[in-house]
Ligand binder design. Structure first.
Ligand SMILES: [Zn+2]
Length: 91
């Protein structure tokens, strides 16, 4: 899991700033009921994009946030898994 945090904030990365110190976000809420839970389902987010009132997923809310940012938690999770070299089908 620490490898995920070491990637830096996934949102900042998309905005062109790689390596922003990040904490781990667990995108459980909002995923499909049939989706398999995995310890790999974590996204690195910096405090501003995690908890910030203006741009944080928990500050803005998980429904409004994707509209604000232009991408979803799933997009960021896909980015993260690609960077880690983990295919979605693997354990
Ligand atoms: Zn960020």
């Amino acid at each position: 899991m620490s490898r995920v945090a070491e990637l830096g904030c996934a949102v900042c990365r998309r905005l062109g700033h790689e390596g922003t110190p990040a904490e781990l976000h667990h995108p459980r809420a909002g995923t499909g009921a049939g989706r398999r839970a995995s310890h790999m389902d974590v996204i690195p987010l910096c405090p501003a994009h995690h908890r910030g009132a203006l741009s944080g997923i928990h500050g803005v809310g998980t429904k409004a946030w994707p509209k604000l940012m232009g991408f979803t938690e799933q997009d960021l999770l896909d980015d993260t898994l690609k960077l880690l070299g983990v295919a979605k089908e693997q354990h």
